[in-house]
Write a new protein. Sequence first.
Length: 107
Amino acid sequence: MNDLIDWFAEQWQAFVDWVYEILDFLLNALLWLSLQTFEKLLEGFRFIFAMIEPPQFIQAGISQFTGGISSDVGYLLGATGFSEALGIIGIGYTFRLTRKVLTLFQW
């Protein structure tokens, strides 16, 4: 009788292992599918951003703007931290636009 119970226990354990392997396979397949979908989504965003052309004044370069500033005004802008302030404003706009794009303009 013990042999029969041991045999049933072995069969049950084999069945549980088989179900575990199937669930593990399905979970890995779903993870792979979600990663592939996310990769394609990011490639789509990259394509969209590549299609947007920068404005003409940016293509010419920032040096075109700063070349016309006199040295006195340039010193004043440097001493007051104007470039850091513009950097913070630029980061804010970048965050805002990225948030809008990633939420599909719902925010």
